[in-house]
Design a binder for this molecule. Structure first.
Ligand code: UDP
Length: 481
């Protein structure tokens, strides 16, 4: 059917690359497999698009429209405002534009649903006004969603602070969550505004019509809590793992081809790939220690590095912290002589790395990751075991789950500085010996099941089909109804 006649889904994504990537893949599938048209609205936080954003925007799937909504005025928030609040602010400021765009779409054809991410739930009013369902696409694991849906109840039963709890939080079917693994910045202080805001987001979440989660049953069997698909009255649908499946941006092909050719020279499973996501940064001292550890392992490596940041672990969130135009020596933050000594054995990348292509290469045997959920899913889909090095947000929970429940990762001691000896030893655990063999087998099994979940008759595809059938039937009732 011509695209204009197809029921249209409007997707609204807050300014997080880690959300936009799975949103783009969800939109691709809605168009390619489910007979819908899709427009993604990206609520920018800053006017100048980041390099990451440009890489994604240049490879938006066929049939999907990507529209950038203007950022709030630069002076709307004080410079010290944390990333989290900037994200929420951009999402809320976008609502009037979302309303205009949604209205204009309804004048050209049927609008069938609004899909929001966790930060952009306020836009659900637009869906209510237009009489279409509003679904949330939750781009983190089921375990975090479960925590989120149970938060009002946990809050009501808690005396004191989360960090003082002696017992872990036990959610149905999830690994017990110890206080030290909770998203600290959100739950650190129950009397703070941050916490109040998070709690109200959690309460608000129960006002959407359903939640799609980027996970699959073989990884998180409890998703939807034991097959009831309803948690605290909320329908929950596992539609993942949806990860980046597109080429990596224009003008980068020669550079990427060289990288792949370099990997082609390395023995199977020998290379360590390191990346801390789109936003993650280490301190200068930790960067030095990691570099020295890589040198000490003597293993080949590809390191998607970022300039150190002293004050925050999410220092590159909006795309800063990569190439420093003001630097004569962009690699000057690495230990003296490191690049020369490791030349041939290691590659340091400063620009947006083609991560899924690297993980898909047979030479890669270990992924040192901050455990952002997309990175975790991409590693699983490529059968690569992980060193889990969580930095911020819910990454410590993800790391606990990947190690203790899924058996596909070994964690560093994330309480603080990670020393060279520990880095060397944790990489060895993931690459050599019996533990490594078990991990590789386990991640291989999960890869096969993830791949199956995404086939035509796999659980995630069928689940999404059921959801889209509901959307379509509410837009265009079939004759005789
Ligand atoms: N990514 C990439 N190249 C980079 C850094 C990140 O392709 O140099 C992609 C990565 O493959 C993943 C996403 O960006 O799809 C990062 O999402 P994740 O949830 O892992 O972490 P976040 O960036 O949200 O912390």
């Amino acid at each position: 059917s011509p695209a204009s006649a197809r029921p249209h889904v409007l997707l609204l994504c807050s300014p997080c690359m880690g959300h936009l990537i799975p949103f783009a893949e969800l939109a691709r599938r809605l168009v390619a497999d489910h007979g819908l048209a899709a427009t993604i609205l990206f609520a920018a936080a800053m006017d100048a698009p980041s390099e990451h954003y440009a890489a994604l925007a240049s490879s938006v799937p066929d049939g999907v429209d990507l529209v950038v909504l203007p950022a709030p005025p630069a002076d709307a928030l004080p410079p010290s405002t944390p990333v989290r609040e900037r994200v929420l602010n951009a999402a809320v400021s976008a609502v009037p534009r979302v309303r205009d765009i949604a209205r204009s779409l309804t004048s050209t054809g049927p609008l069938t649903a609004l899909v929001v991410d966790m930060a952009s739930v306020p836009a659900r009013d637009v869906a209510t006004e237009l009489g279409v369902p509003c679904y949330m696409f939750f781009t983190s694991p089921w375990m975090l969603l479960s925590l989120f849906l149970h938060l009002p109840e946990l809050d009501a039963g808690l005396v004191g602070e989360y960090r003082d709890a002696t017992e872990p939080i036990r959610l149905p079917g999830c690994v017990p969550i110890h206080a030290r693994e909770l998203p600290g910045s959100l739950l650190a202080d129950r009397s703070s505004e941050t916490y109040a805001g998070f709690l109200s987001l959690a309460k608000d979440a129960s006002r959407v019509d359903g939640i799609l989660v980027n996970t699959f049953r073989d990884l998180e069997p409890a998703v939807g809590e034991g097959g009831t698909d309803c948690v605290k009255g909320m329908p929950v649908h596992a539609v993942g793992p949806l990860v980046w499946t597109r080429p990596f941006g224009v003008n980068r092909e020669p550079e990427h081809a060289r990288l792949i050719a370099w990997l082609d020279q390395k023995p199977r499973g020998s290379v360590v790939f390191l990346s801390f996501g789109s936003g993650g940064t280490l301190t200068r001292r930790q960067t030095t220690e990691l570099a020295l550890a890589l040198e000490a392992t003597g293993r080949p490596f590809v390191w998607a590095a970022k300039r150190p940041h002293e004050n925050t672990a999410d220092g590159a969130f909006f795309g800063t912290g990569r190439r420093g135009d003001d630097d004569d020596d962009p690699l000057g933050f690495l230990p003296r002589g490191f690049v020369e000594r490791t030349s041939g054995a290691g590659l340091v990348l400063l620009s947006w790395a083609p991560q899924t292509a690297i993980l898909a290469h047979a030479a890669v045997g270990c992924f040192v990751t901050h455990c952002g959920w997309n990175s975790s899913l991409e590693s699983i889909l490529n059968g690569v075991p992980m060193v889990a090095w969580p930095l911020y947000a819910e990454q410590k929970m993800n790391a606990a789950m990947l190690e203790a429940h899924a058996g596909v990762a070994a964690r560093v001691n994330a309480a603080g500085f990670v020393c060279k000896e520990e880095i060397v030893s944790v990489i060895r655990r993931v690459m050599d010996g019996d533990e490594a063999t078990t991990m590789r087998r386990r991640v291989g099994e999960l890869r096969d099941r993830a791949t199956h979940a995404l086939t035509m008759h796999g659980s995630s595809t069928l689940t999404l089909a059921k959801v889209t059938d509901v959307w379509k039937s509410s837009t265009t009732p079939s004759e005789g109804k």
